[in-house]
Every structure is written in structure tokens, then in C-alpha cells.
Design a binder for this molecule. Structure first.
Ligand SMILES: Nc1ncnc2c1ncn2[C@@H]1O[C@H](COP(=O)(O)OP(=O)(O)OP(=O)(O)O)[C@@H](O)[C@H]1O
Ligand SMILES: [Mg+2]
Length: 455
């Protein structure tokens, strides 16, 4: 059940209980009031009849006597509470007073509830009237119950209007107070369905406002993360595409000519053999070996780019040498300096370190046009592996578009609880890329070998 309906039902229940209690109290006081009124009315009526009987004239004929008795009964005409009757000795009613009718007669169920015990009184007539019967008084609570009925109706109208107004006010104010919560629930649903543009208005009570603010922050972060994910995915496919075409180019430019040369040399050998030109055969065989060696070097280069783990298997120093050799052949104008700690670290840390050196060098060459690149890997006293790539190139342009490289490096380092910073070197030239990766406590202080790192 929604919160608003739940609270309203609760308030309605409380009001209903109050109404019932009020009804019960009214019933009880009504009952007492009617009892009191009826008994006092019958008392007053009794003294009226007694007085009248004591003062009636004893003489006269029976007709005159009858008239006197009719007068006594008639004196109760229009009374609100007491009915007088003249009852003959045989039980037949000779005369009855007219009681005043209530303006708003009470319903039968209320009469049944409130009437209580009906008070009656009988008066025997004096000796000389004996044969005429007796006078009877009977309390009639209709008028009194009618008053209670009117009172009840008025109270009911007032209380139900009050309840209606209270419920309407609670409904309206709860609606206003809970509206942001309903918005929040709808916004959470949208986030659950992957729509991170959801936003809730930061208004209402301060406690709830804190929740709305936190929600908006969360949605914004999710939106940013999703956008970054999307961008990374796009860049990843571009990078893969670029890498594929680079490998295709390498295979075509570096391997293709040597394959062709080896084929030509191999074809010429049978002809040289037929001619008996042994020297030629030897030189062709040598040329084929050279071509094959060249192809092997290039193939290793391509493989090391595809699977650096193969390189790193032989240590970071070896892998970095390979990396530098790769770039030296392509960028002979750049001076590469390396300072690599000759230690072994867990495989995943070495791979991250190598990826940073690889991407940092690639960025420096591609974007900075530097004359010098320094690659450093050092284990600090605080057991932090510090990987640094610095160059003296143009530095990062403030308007540079964000690529996959830097964010990928940051993510790799963060996954190892480390930190990656990009700064400017001292001379305010080029880029200084520093990654600091903590070495796990269990591997600290050991000169790690590949065997321990793999374990
Ligand atoms: N050493 C550097 N010298 C000059 N500019 C740099 C250097 N490193 C990074 N940048 C600038 O920072 C931008 C972001 O680098 P990042 O490696 O994230 O992306 P990218 O190299 O452009 O593309 P990707 O690495 O995804 O192929 C680069 O486009 C470049 O403008
Ligand atoms: Mg890059």
C-alpha cells in the first residue's frame, strides 16, 4: 500500500475510534439525562394529580364528577413528558391526555436504545369516585430522545466535517511532502532501467534533501561513467583497427620483400647448380638465411607488440630493451635513456609497468616530437614501484582530445591501488608521466623471481 494511503488509513482509523468513543459517551450521558428527566417529570405529574385529587369536590352527580376527572387528565394536554389516562374499573380507557409530539421524531432504533425503563404511577380515586376507576400517569421519553437525536445529528455533522477537513488537509500536505519521494522512486526506476539522465528536484525537508542530492550525484557519476565507457569502447575499436592495419603494413613492408627475395634466391639456386656455379649457390644460400633472419627479427617485434607477456617473461629490463630497439629503428633522431631496476615483481605488476612504458613512449613519440625520452623503473624504500616516462617534447596541449591511452593507464594503475600522475618536467618542457604502484606486503623485501611471481 502506498505510504500516503497507509498514513491516511491510520488517521481515519484514529478519527473513527474517537467518533465511536464520542458516540458511546453521548449514549451514556443521554441515557442518564432521559432517566433523570423521566423520573422528575413523573414526580411533578404525581404531585399535580395528588393536589388535584385532594381538592376535587365530593358532591354532585356522576356527570359532574366525571367532568372533574376529565379536567385533571386534560391538565396534562400538551405535556412533553407525561401522559395521563383515566382508566375504568373494567380496564377500558375513558380519557387520555394529548402529549406534545416531538418536532423531529427519533428513529425507532434510538428509541429502543435510550428509552430504558418506562416510569408509571397509578392514583386511586377518593371513596365517592371509586366506581369511576383510577388515574394513571405514564412517562413518555419520545420528546427527550428527540432532543438527544437532534443533538446527535448536530454533533455528527460537526465531527464528520472536522474529520473530512483533517483528512483532506493531511492528504494534501502528505502529497506535497511525499511528492519528491515519489519522484525519487520514479528516478530510481529509470536508473535501474539504465537511464542515467534521471534527476530529482532538491527541495523539501533537509533530511530528504540530502538523499536527493546524493541521488543526483550518483546519477551524474553513472552518466559520466557510461559516457566514458562508450568513448573507450569506440576508441578501443579504433585502436584495434589501427593496430591491425599497422601489423598488416609491417607484414607487407617488412616481411613481404624478404619473402620475395628468398623466393627469387631459392629459384636461382637450381639454375646455378646446373651451371656448376658453386660460389653463386653459396652466396644465394647466405642471402636466403639473411632474409629469414631479418624476417625472424620483425616477426618477434610484431609478436612482442601483440603479446608483451612473452617479452616480459624474460624480465622488464629485457622487455624495455626491446621496446626501445623498436622505436630506435623508427625514430633514430630520438635519444632513449633507460634506468630499469633489475628486480622481478608479480607478473600482473610487471605487465602494467610495461604497458605504461609502452604507451608513455608511444605518446611521447607520436604527440611530443621530443629529442630525448627517459624510461625509469625504480622500487622505492616505501615498497612502491615507480614507473616514469619523461620527454622534452611539446608537452600536452590543453585542448588535446582525450584518448584511450591515458585513461587506460589510469585504470590499470588504479586496479592495483596505485596512482598515475601527468605533470610537466622541471624545465617546463615535455611531459612527465609517473605511475606509483604499491608492491603487496607478502612480496616485499624479496628479490622476486618469475617462480614466486607466478605462484
Ligand atoms: N608525451 C606527450 N606529449 C605531448 N602530448 C601528449 C603526450 N602524451 C599525451 N599527449 C596528449 O594527450 C592526449 C591524450 O593521450 P592519450 O594517450 O590518452 O590518447 P591518444 O594518444 O591521442 O590516443 P590513443 O592512446 O587512444 O591511441 C593526446 O592526444 C595528446 O594530445
Ligand atoms: Mg596514446
Amino acid at each position: 500500500m502506498p505510504l500516503r494511503r497507509h498514513l491516511l488509513a491510520l488517521v481515519a482509523l484514529v478519527l473513527g475510534v474517537c467518533l465511536l468513543a464520542g458516540g458511546a459517551l453521548t449514549y451514556w450521558t443521554g441515557l442518564r439525562k432521559i432517566e433523570l428527566e423521566m423520573s422528575s417529570a413523573i414526580e411533578v405529574g404525581s404531585s399535580t394529580v395528588s393536589d388535584a385529587l385532594s381538592s376535587i369536590a365530593a358532591g354532585g352527580d356522576s356527570r359532574a364528577q366525571m367532568q372533574q376527572l376529565h379536567r385533571i387528565v386534560g391538565s396534562f394536554d400538551g405535556d412533553r413528558h407525561v401522559l395521563a389516562r383515566l382508566v375504568a374499573p373494567d380496564g377500558s380507557v375513558r380519557d387520555v391526555s394529548r402529549i406534545r409530539k416531538p418536532v423531529d421524531p427519533p428513529p425507532a432504533w434510538l428509541y429502543w436504545l435510550l428509552a430504558g425503563k418506562i416510569h408509571t404511577r397509578e392514583f386511586n380515586l377518593p371513596e365517592q369516585f371509586k366506581n369511576l376507576g383510577k388515574i394513571e400517569l405514564r412517562a413518555d421519553p419520545h420528546n427527550e430522545i428527540g432532543e438527544v437525536w437532534e443533538d446527535l445529528k448536530l454533533k455528527f455533522i460537526i465531527i464528520s466535517s472536522f474529520c473530512g477537513i483533517v483528512l483532506a488537509l493531511i492528504y494534501a500536505s502528505l502529497g506535497r511532502a511525499l511528492k519528491p519521494l515519489e519522484d525519487l522512486s520514479a528516478a530510481l526506476n529509470r536508473v535501474g532501467e539504465g537511464d542515467y539522465t534521471a534527476h530529482v528536484a532538491e527541495e523539501g525537508p533537509e533530511d530528504l534533501n540530502l538523499i536527493y542530492r546524493a541521488f543526483n550525484r550518483m546519477a551524474e557519476r553513472l552518466r559520466a561513467a557510461e559516457q566514458q565507457n562508450q568513448r573507450l569502447n569506440e576508441q578501443l575499436s579504433t585502436v584495434q583497427e589501427e593496430e591491425r592495419s599497422e601489423i598488416a603494413r609491417d607484414l607487407h613492408d617488412e616481411i613481404g620483400p624478404f619473402l620475395f627475395a628468398a623466393d627469387v634466391d631459392a629459384q636461382s639456386i637450381p639454375i646455378l647448380v646446373m651451371r656448376g656455379a658453386n660460389e653463386g649457390v653459396t652466396s644465394r644460400a647466405k642471402a636466403i638465411r639473411q632474409s629469414v633472419q631479418h624476417m625472424q627479427v620483425h616477426l618477434r617485434g610484431i609478436l612482442s607488440r601483440l603479446r608483451p607477456a612473452m617479452l616480459i617473461d624474460q624480465g622488464l629490463t629485457h622487455a624495455v630493451e626491446h621496446l626501445v630497439a623498436f622505436w630506435r629503428t623508427r625514430q633514430p633522431s630520438i635519444a632513449f635513456h633507460t634506468d630499469i631496476d633489475d628486480m622481478r615483481f608479480p607478473a600482473h605488476i610487471e605487465e602494467t609497468a610495461f604497458r605504461i612504458l609502452q604507451e608513455g613512449t608511444s605518446n611521447a613519440v607520436r604527440h611530443g616530437k621530443p629529442s630525448t625520452i627517459h624510461l625509469t623503473v625504480r622500487l622505492t624504500d616505501a615498497a612502491i614501484l615507480r614507473v616514469v616516462v619523461s620527454d622534452d617534447g611539446s608537452g600536452i596541449d590543453a585542448t588535446a582530445k582525450r584518448g584511450f591511452g591515458l585513461s587506460g593507464m589510469k585504470e590499470r594503475v588504479a586496479a592495483l591501488d596505485g596512482e598515475l600522475r601527468v605533470a610537466r618536467p622541471d624545465k617546463n618542457k615535455g611531459v612527465l608521466l609517473i605511475a606509483e604502484i604499491p608492491i603487496p606486503a607478502e612480496t616485499r623485501g624479496k628479490k622476486l623471481t618469475r617462480a614466486t611471481s607466478a605462484a
